[in-house]
Design a protein around this ligand. Structure first.
Ligand SMILES: [Zn+2]
Length: 450
């Protein structure tokens, strides 16, 4: 791991409200060791220097909720609401092979890198074969990204194929094997969780999962109250008014829990999130694509709930682009409340950085630019037609900047992309491999009826 210094950058450290300054930053053995305003100090022997003139240097973006392999399923099932769409997504388990997960996930990781993402939380839930999870993790490891692998469980559900339903006992054993096989890998941590309670999880599983997660020292990731249909299910079958209220009796909310979506939640449920320290992954593009509704993000932020941002899988977002998602998050709240002042751009940037790190238990490692944190950094070129002139860098990072403006991506001190050139990956090979995997998957899908 080489030492490097980044000079002449406009640094947006995300450590305090609307702070930005021109300066330099030094990385030694993957760690940020100096952040200074003004002109750079002299170069140390053997040090690699990156000139960042015209660029913003900021923490890498954190995608708090996705399903990477779904890049193979972009625009396959369109104009469907959640339940019929999920029937098809779950149905894929009948034909998905480990090689689809590797090729799709690697392509998704490369898209993430090229979009300025340095950490992804892969919420895994289709496991017709144990190798599917291993191959996804192999792609994450090969990518160089920091990753959280949330290996979740489904043990019931009319729309869940038998091949991917598991008893809690078998699922827990699989997760133990996964964790044991990836010990001491500093850029990879694990979570578990009920996938989409209550539509694909039994009460028996919900009773056991908090104890299992705590015994392994891992967090919980779940799809929560994504659409009205999920809330209808909890009302009809469990006599609870909402999904979060239902989950509370099993102690599933908690400081190491992240609830994706949380669209249809009441004020009382927002209070539960706040009191338990539960984080939310807001996935506005996916929510809009599936017609789910608008998550009460403003209310959550006002109540002190930690909110992160996620793309969700490409089957309901079409991309893995968090710049796109930041802009959508901002505009959706403004139009929903019919109040342009209801959310400010710095809050949106916080969700995509600091909020994501906190939600995934990574605050001590990443999410801000500070001495002592790992060097998970991006350079965003703002010296471009659509970014100039700069009047408000925070607003412009959310509303003007594009994923393609990301010049350089660094994870744990390793440069994964420099001047838009990938360092670890042959992009053409990854594209060719994903086309093969896609062709095979489409042939297999054509044999299914939904
Ligand atoms: Zn999801």
């Amino acid at each position: 791991m080489s030492n490097l210094t980044i000079v002449n950058a406009l640094i947006v450290p995300m450590t305090e409200e609307r702070k930005a300054f021109n300066g330099s930053l030094r990385v030694v053995d993957g760690l940020i060791t100096e952040v200074a305003a003004g002109a750079p100090r002299e170069k140390a022997p053997g040090e690699h220097v990156i000139s960042a003139a015209g660029c913003v240097l900021m923490p890498g973006l954190i995608n708090a909720h996705t399903h990477l392999y779904q890049v193979l399923l972009r625009a396959v099932w369109e104009d469907l609401e959640l339940m019929p769409w999920l029937r098809r997504i779950y149905g894929c388990a009948r034909v998905l092979r480990p090689e689809h997960f590797y090729a799709g996930s690697l392509l998704g990781c490369i898209e993430a890198i090229r979009s300025g993402i340095t950490t992804v939380c892969e919420h895994n839930f289709l496991n017709p074969h144990p190798e599917c999870a291993f191959e996804t993790i192999r792609a994450l490891r090969d990518s160089g990204l920091r990753a959280v692998f949330a290996r979740t469980i489904m043990d019931t559900g009319e729309i869940v194929p038998d091949c991917t339903k598991e008893t809690p006992e078998i699922a827990f054993r699989c997760i133990e094997e996964l964790v044991a096989a990836h010990q001491n890998q500093s850029e990879l941590t694990f979570m578990t969780g009920p996938n989409t309670p209550p539509i694909n999880t039994t009460v028996d599983l919900l009773k056991e999962i908090r104890g299992f997660a705590d015994s392994k020292g891992i967090g919980i990731s779940a799809h929560v109250a994504e659409s009205k249909s999920v809330v209808d299910c909890v009302r009809q079958q469990h006599d609870k008014s909402g999904v979060i209220e239902f989950l509370q009796q099993f102690a599933i909310p908690g400081q190491n829990s992240i609830f994706a979506h949380s669209v249809h939640v009441s004020k009382d449920e927002i209070a539960i999130l706040q009191q338990t320290g539960t984080s939310v992954s807001h996935n506005p593009v996916s929510n809009m694509m599936l017609g789910d509704g608008v998550a009460p993000v403003v209310e959550m932020l006002r109540q002190g709930v930690n909110v992160a941002l996620g793309t969700d899988g490409a089957a309901s977002n079409h991309s893995q682009d968090l710049f796109d998602t930041m802009k959508a998050a901002s505009l959706l709240q403004k139009v929903h409340h019919q109040d342009a002042s209801v959310i400010d751009p710095y809050s949106v940037l916080r969700m995509a950085t600091v909020g994501g790190a906190k939600a995934l238990g990574l605050s001590s490692l990443c999410g801000t630019i500070e001495i002592g944190k790992r060097a998970d950094l991006i350079l965003v070129n703002v010296d471009t037609i659509h970014n100039q002139p700069i009047n408000d860098i925070f607003s412009q990072l959310v509303h003007c900047a594009k994923a393609s403006d990301v010049q350089t991506v660094i994870v744990n001190g390793e440069v994964l992309m420099r001047d838009r050139q990938l360092t670890r990956h042959d992009e053409r090979k990854a594209l060719a491999d994903s086309r093969l995997a896609h062709g095979d998957l489409m042939e297999r899908l054509a044999t299914l009826s939904f």
